[in-house]
Design a protein around this ligand. Structure first.
Ligand code: ADP
Ligand code: MG
Length: 589
């Protein structure tokens, strides 16, 4: 048989490699920003057009490249960052594979201008689909400018696979956040379609977080700091009361590299246990510095997952550091329930027998006698009587009697005399059924009878459905009733969240929100009729989270997401006691 195996030409190999390195415009952004950081830049500009599909440009003031280096940098496995295999275990740079530029140049039109400090002139290079189009000498300032145009121009299938500009831009902004957050000492400028989205000066970490996530973030932060032999931890967590329903801002950086680690995330959650509701998420910005030798960042091509040598120790240290911070800033009560009470017993009590509490029995108590010789004064009353004297004890009960009289007999089972079923099952019931007993079971279900038997309704789900239909109807036929606020409500959001809110501007107005935008603040003057003022912030937070989730998937109808979120946030919850009056107004208003 003839030999059939051939070595692939370079440009084909590069294109294949590009499949791993470049999934979408955001991957290019990450690689270019990281190259600029590795080049010791102190100021980096990112320019994006059309969600990165038309242009991604990164301009840095780093150390630049000589003419030969400029040419070599586009070769595969060409890197200045490692020389031998051992270097892989002492990585202090972001890049090391020498694959990024070669891959990007294989699938886009790339233009580079670069000049090192010590030369007069720089190099201008143009490459398209791995082919050098031209190279010339130019007068440019020190540093490097990389433009990547028409991504996937030669792979139509990949280009068509890209999401809308808005979605791609969101991924790019996420990537920008991660890099900018990891390097507060570098100044960043970010331009989208000609306007400046971020201008971040060189600053400290706290300022950087506040600049990126909005001015309201400052009051939420609690510093975290710990220095051990294994790891140095610094950064911030958000106070438990600011925990959000959506995952929100959760960042881990290891040796200045953004990483995802479900295991360490768990350590943080564990430290917050008992302080936030189970469905809520804490925010954190945590920076871990470990010995590069104890870290393997080579296990994932896009390098957001890492492997630590001693994960268990890291987990324990992280958990206790966060607990300590929470305690130190008076966020948790200083009691530690995990300590063994036997070790904490004061000496005076040690080895002494506990006193048996005295029980006094009322021998004269007769449950069957209504009145007469034996008085049916409850035991507590009699006790108080003896303690406080005949006259004064009764004053303690003033006002209590009437309240006690109204108290429900049974808490878990609430009987309603007014029927709820009338509105839910119109037509299914005859009039005699109208007085049917309807009650709430375990604060979760409404149980009621209908002609053909009995129905059990999940109160929260049912209400969600009703509200959902209502919001959907309102927003599509544009008849939403807005309730004007006496005093406008000011809510601040991060730039990213603000972008989402402006995107769904029309839908928000259609359901009844009325607002104006001023920088990172939303001035809300009107809210939909069903939304209580106190819940507006929570509803909008949830909305932002849901929109983000939806746009990452395919099916995105703004009004649908909006109606779903509003319904979910405003429906009566499991565990909520239903008053018939309340129930009516929630349904009918
Ligand atoms: P890696 O970053 O893994 O080394 P890249 O393909 O991203 O691989 O880059 C190849 C080389 O090009 C780098 O090792 C570096 O020497 C050089 N280089 C890339 N971008 C820049 C830049 N912005 N400034 C200076 N040198 C750069
Ligand atoms: Mg690189």
């Amino acid at each position: 048989m003839a030999d059939i195996i051939k070595l692939l030409p370079d440009h084909v190999a590069n294109q294949i490699a590009a499949g791993e390195v470049v999934q979408r415009p955001a991957s290019v952004v990450k690689e270019l920003l990281e190259n600029a950081i590795d080049a010791d830049a102190t100021s980096i500009k990112l320019v994006i057009k059309n969600g990165g599909k038309t242009l991604i440009q990164v301009i840095d003031n780093g150390k630049g490249m000589s003419e030969t280096d400029a040419r070599l940098s586009f070769e595969r496995h060409a890197t200045s960052k490692i020389e031998k295999a051992e270097d892989l275990f002492q990585l202090r740079t972001k890049g090391f594979r020498g694959e990024a530029l070669a891959s990007i140049a294989a699938i886009a039109h790339v233009e580079m201008q670069s000049k090192p400090e010590d030369t007069e002139l720089g190099t201008h290079l143009k490459i398209a689909g791995s082919e050098v189009v031209f190279q010339e000498i130019v007068a440019v300032p020190k540093g490097t400018s990389m433009s990547v145009k028409n991504l996937f121009f030669n792979i139509p299938a990949r280009r068509n696979f890209l999401k809308s500009d808005t979605v791609e831009l969101r991924h790019i902004t996420d990537e920008f956040h991660r890099v900018a957050m990891a390097h507060p000492h570098i100044a960043f400028h970010y331009y989208v379609n000609g306007s400046e989205l971020f201008a971040l000066p060189k600053e400290n970490l706290r300022q950087r977080i506040v600049h990126v996530f909005g001015s309201k973030t400052n009051q939420k932060l609690v510093p975290v700091a710990e220095d051990t032999q294994v790891v140095k931890i610094s950064g911030f967590i958000t106070k438990p009361e600011f925990a959000k329903k959506s995952r929100g801002e959760q960042f881990f950086f290891v040796n200045d590299r953004f990483i995802k680690s479900p295991y360490l995330h768990h350590a943080v959650l564990n430290a917050f246990e008992g302080l936030i509701k189970p469905s809520h998420h804490p925010g954190y910005f945590l920076y871990l510095q470990v010995d590069p030798a104890s870290l393997d960042i080579n296990i994932h091509p896009t390098k957001t997952e890492v492997k630590f040598d001693d994960e268990h120790t890291l987990y324990a240290i992280l958990r206790s550091t966060i607990k300590h911070s929470l305690g130190q800033f008076n966020i948790v009560p200083a009691l530690d329930f995990e300590t063994d009470p036997n070790l904490e017993t004061p000496y005076a009590y040690k080895d002494k027998n506990a006193l048996v509490p005295k029980v006094t029995v009322d021998a004269g108590f007769n449950p069957f006698s209504e009145s007469g010789s034996v008085k049916t004064v409850p035991q507590t009353q009699r006790y108080l009587k003896s303690r406080l004297g005949e006259k004064s004890w009764e004053s303690l009960y003033v006002g209590l009697e009437s309240k006690m009289g109204n108290a429900p007999e049974c808490n878990s089972l609430r009987f309603e005399s007014e029927t709820i079923t009338g509105s839910l099952f119109e037509g299914q019931e005859d009039q005699t059924q109208a007085l049917a007993t309807t009650f709430q079971l375990r604060r979760k279900y409404i149980v009621t009878s209908i002609k053909s038997g009995m129905v059990v309704i999940d109160q929260s789900r049912a209400h969600q459905r009703v509200l959902y239909e209502k919001f959907l109807r309102n927003s599509t036929i544009k008849q939403a009733v807005s309730q004007q606020l006496l005093f406008p409500l000011s809510l601040s959001f991060s730039k990213k969240d603000m972008t989402i809110l402006t995107e769904i501007n029309d839908s928000l107005k259609a359901v009844g929100f009325d607002f104006s935008v001023a920088k990172d603040t939303l001035q809300i003057t009107g809210v939909p009729l069903l939304v209580p003022e106190s819940e507006v912030g929570m509803v909008l937070d949830q909305l932002i989270a849901d929109c983000q989730l939806e746009t990452n998937g395919n099916s995105f109808s703004q009004t649908d997401v909006l109606s779903k979120t509003l319904a979910k946030s405003l429906a009566v919850k499991t565990g909520g006691v239903l008053e018939s009056r309340y129930f009516w107004c929630r349904y009918e208003s």
